[in-house]
Unconditional design. Structure first.
Length: 228
């Protein structure tokens, strides 16, 4: 498959330990001087996936004047591309890409489908139309954050579980799994700023008898409020 995106560059604007993306597809419509701008956002993981979605959009909306696009992919936003799809150079894809970059989102594809309404918008008008379409779509999207965290497994005697449960709740430590047997076994996700204190607290509560086991380091969805 040939490349459907015209421009590419490399950017590094995300901390490696955290990134923001969208959870589901999102679509909005803007009508500007009788031209209709449908902006659609898609969560994507690879360049190939973005290419396939863009090609499907071009086939589905074959009667549109333009299907302009931009994407940012990778935990560090290392893959970015954009396409004006026949609009004057620099008036569509790049403005769309700039909105995505300024928003700090990654693993996202934006496709803005335009149906020409008969009135020319000019270069500045096109830039505003395409950038505002992406901004509006992002404002409606369900944004989620993935944070790199350490997974630990710890086995706790029932006699100590009350103190440890209270500590975990107080410190907002994310419990991934819990099982009950002769003892209580917990799997916990720890942020970098929680890890050292947690390990010390387990030693303190158990007088050194509890030794949490490191399992893995993963990107985990965390709940944040993007409404403010």
């Amino acid at each position: 498959m040939g490349c459907l995106f015209e421009k590419r560059c490399t950017v590094f604007f995300y901390p490696m330990s955290e990134y923001i993306t969208i959870k589901n597809n999102c679509e909005i419509l803007q009508v500007i001087k009788k031209s209709r701008f449908f902006c659609r956002l898609f969560p994507v993981k690879t360049v190939e996936e973005a290419q396939e979605i863009l090609l499907a959009c071009k086939k589905k909306y074959w009667d549109a004047s333009h299907n302009c696009s931009a994407f940012v992919i990778g935990k560090n936003g290392e893959n970015t591309r954009s396409s004006d799809d026949g609009e004057p150079q620099g008036t569509a894809g790049v403005p769309m890409l700039e909105v995505l970059k300024r928003a700090g989102v990654t693993d996202i594809l934006a496709v803005c489908t335009r149906y020409f309404g008969g009135t020319l918008l000019g270069a500045s008008g096109l830039i505003r139309a395409y950038s505002s379409s992406v901004s509006e779509a992002l404002s409606k999207a369900d944004l989620i954050t993935y944070r790199e965290m350490d997974l630990y497994k710890v086995t706790i005697p029932f006699s100590m579980y009350g103190k440890i449960e209270y500590y975990l709740n107080t410190e907002n430590i994310l419990v991934h799994d819990i099982s009950y047997g002769a003892d209580v076994t917990l799997e916990l996700y720890l942020r970098d700023d929680q890890r050292e204190t947690f390990l010390k607290k387990m030693q303190e509560i158990s007088s050194g008898s509890i030794e949490p086991d490191f399992i893995s380091r993963d990107f985990i969805e965390v709940k944040l409020d993007y409404s403010t």
